[in-house]
Design a protein around this ligand. Structure first.
Ligand code: TPP
Ligand code: MG
Length: 663
């Protein structure tokens, strides 16, 4: 504390260890805009653990304990993905911190506000051979939007203050933490939301003192303006159907007031259900006249909602990936578009592509090569609608960037008569072929293929879905007919994307880097945030890679999660790629299977048993349907295994392509 100035005290915990006092202020700052924190146990992070427990008791935060840090980080990623709000993960020092890297990488490339907080040894112990001590400052450099290092010694040196000298003291630990989270959620023309890193060097002692008087208890440090738990829940639920919650606005306003910022609302991140503004609506309505064009919209991951509305209202066809928020047949998304794009000369698909004047890319398409080839074509004008910075944006792409919906409207106008219908007809014809081939295949083998199983799950489940990387998401993209109004319900179909429950149906996936790691943990984060059942549909290697998502300390709330594992005893996807052809060369099959297929025969039932989660084996689609029925009556985490054979998949895909090419 600098001499002569009176500290601006909001609460008094001067009786306590300095590490605890620092941790409390940091958590106060973080909790301005954060509701969920996932914590893994450790010694150096103890001050944060105690402070988090207090914050949870005060109703400021929800804390989730996990044992494996990689799983903890992906759980936090899922929490942030689902809410569009920052979520935190806290670890001790050493390799614990290293385990956060995969989730940080995904958050970076997917634009998710993940706040990683690593406890560190104090700077004085670095380079002395002290246990579990490694240079952690900047360890996520290049992948985080901002990073902050606070060492406890900074307090004595006056670089960080525990007691601010004014309400907007920029050296106050609380303010610094709050500003860091702000960097995670800020969307500007140059920077998308994304992960941030806070590294804190704590010095002993790391345990709290006993509270000397009841008044000095934890109730003293709750930040002012904390919304009562019940009200918070109501606002939170409300927030899930809108773009920016009243709670966020309140919190942003509170932060702004304290720190002297403009209190503009926080920006929702990609994948959240942002509504088009009145302005955007007007633009859409104005554009519904001139010019008349044959434009094709490619809707990738995180496609902006206003562009989807624009395409729907102006009648342009949409080739929409499952996580684009546009992949609804009741919105007219084109089925089986991948096959239309790769159809041979003279086919209906080829003629449609030939008539296309312009392609507009929205969001980030990652799933199929025919789409990549389409948007790389030189003979068709390709535009990219990107109103703000995109985490994946590559300025080297030879595409014209359109940042304004009005400008887009001026170029694409409204669709030529029959343009969307022609695509829809072709898509529907291809869809019929897919369904027929899948049926034939099922009869031939007297068991469903993995493709059919994925289609079945995506089309039948009534919960939000998380699609695993690898074949699953591509199979759903190729074959599933998804509707926003769920089967069996009388939900209305409106442009606001609302399903029968009044919320848009959500389809999640880790498309930032498409890793097969962390998928189940992310799904459990989504389930924890949503407070409802989620279905994760994954391949066997994706399941086994993140099996520690099943590992929950027995004190913790079990996520409402159905995990459907399509077990084909290894990685099927490589056989669909070039390696499938290599494997068919004489004498190469075994080697390709070993190098890429990585066969496994883990007993998934025994695994589920070991973790005490319910297990179902579905031999037929009917059994699968029964296992997935009545999601509201189920409790906890359930694992549903479907066994399939990957040997015939390459032929099955070829048969589908050939039959569609004949159309
Ligand atoms: C962390 C990580 N490691 C490796 C890969 C490369 N990879 C992509 S798909 C795949 C196999 C996935 O197998 P499975 O989950 O069983 O799905 P399948 O293709 O069999 O349906 C692998 C290893 C990856 N995407 N992420
Ligand atoms: Mg597999």
């Amino acid at each position: 504390m600098t001499s002569g100035r009176r500290p601006f005290r909001e609460f008094d915990d001067s009786y306590d260890a300095e590490s605890l006092r620092l941790a409390r202020r940091v958590i106060r700052g973080l909790s301005l805009t954060m509701r969920h924190v996932v914590l893994a146990p450790g010694s150096r992070s103890a001050p944060l653990a105690y402070a988090l427990a207090e914050a949870e008791q005060l109703g400021v935060l929800d804390v989730h304990m996990r044992i494996d840090e990689r799983s903890a980080a992906f759980t936090a990623l899922g929490l942030a993905m689902s809410t569009g709000q920052p979520a935190g993960v806290v670890t001790t020092s050493g390799t614990a911190a290293g385990n956060l890297l995969p989730a940080v990488m995904e958050a970076d490339m997917a634009g998710i506000p993940l706040v990683v907080i690593t406890a560190d040894r104090p700077e004085s112990l670095h380079g002395t051979g002290a246990n579990q001590t490694v240079w952690q400052q900047g360890m996520f450099a290049g992948r985080v939007r901002d990073e902050l290092h606070i060492d406890q010694s900074f307090i004595a040196e006056g670089q960080v203050r525990l007691e601010p000298e004014s309400r907007d003291d920029m050296l106050a630990a609380e303010t610094q933490a709050a500003l860091l989270v702000r960097a995670a959620v800020t969307a500007t023309a140059r920077s998308a939301p994304g992960p941030v890193h806070l590294n804190i060097g704590f010095a002993d002692p790391l345990v709290p003192e006993e509270v000397p008087t009841p008044q000095a208890g934890i109730q003293r440090w709750a930040r002012k303006g904390v919304i009562p738990a019940q009200e918070r829940e109501r606002l939170y639920q409300q927030a899930r159907s809108g773009s920016v919650s009243p709670a966020e606005q309140l919190e942003a306003a509170a932060l702004g007031e304290r720190l002297g910022f403009d209190s503009e609302p926080l920006q929702p991140t990609a994948g959240s259900s942002d509504q088009p503004s009145a302005d955007a609506q007007q633009t859409i309505d104005d554009a519904a006249h001139e010019p008349v064009t044959r434009t094709l919209f490619v809707m990738g991951h995180g496609a902006q909602r206003e562009a989807v509305d624009f395409a729907v209202r102006t009648g342009h066809p949409m080739l929409a990936e499952p996580t684009s928020g546009a992949r609804w047949s009741d919105l007219g998304a084109i089925q089986a578009y991948r096959l239309l794009l790769q159809a041979p000369r003279g086919s209906a698909g080829e003629q449609l592509v030939a008539q296309t004047e312009r392609v507009v890319v929205v969001g980030r398409p990652t799933l199929t090569r025919p789409v990549q080839r389409l948007i790389a074509r030189q003979d068709i004008e390709v535009l990219h609608y990107a109103p703000g910075a995109e985490p994946w944006h590559d300025h080297r792409l030879p595409r014209r960037i359109i940042t304004d919906l009005r400008e887009l409207a001026g170029l694409t106008g409204t669709a030529a008569a029959g343009w969307r219908q022609a695509w829809q007809d072709a898509g529907l014809a291809a869809q019929r072929v897919i369904d027929a081939v899948l049926r034939e295949d099922e009869q031939e083998h007297s068991a469903p293929s993995s493709v059919r199983a994925a289609q079945f799950v995506a089309e039948t489940v009534r919960t939000p879905l998380l699609l695993g990387s690898s074949s699953v998401i591509r199979d759903v993209d190729l074959t599933a007919v998804l509707t926003r109004s769920l089967p069996g319900s009388a939900g209305t179909q409106s442009l606001d994307g609302a399903g029968p429950g009044g919320r848009p149906r959500a389809v999640y996936a880790l498309r930032g880097l498409a890793g097969i790691d962390g998928n189940l943990s992310a799904a459990s984060g989504v389930a924890l945030a949503a407070g409802e059942r989620i279905t994760a549909l994954v391949g066997d290697l994706t399941f086994l890679h993140d099996v520690n998502a099943l590992l929950l300390p027995s004190t913790e709330q079990v996520p409402q999660l159905d995990i459907v594992v399509i077990n084909d005893g290894g990685g099927a996807i490589f056989d669909q790629l070039e390696h499938g052809a290599v494997g068919r060369r004489s004498g190469q099959a075994e080697s390709v299977e070993r190098l890429f297929g990585t066969p496994q025969d883990v007993d998934i039932e025994a695994l589920a048993d070991a973790y005490h989660h319910e297990y179902y084996f579905a031999e037929t689609l009917q059994e699968l349907g029964e296992a997935l029925a009545h999601p509201d009556d189920r409790l906890g985490m359930r694992i549903i295994e479907v066994r399939t054979d990957r040997v015939g998949l390459r032929d099955l895909h070829q048969r589908i392509s050939e039959r569609v090419a004949e159309l």
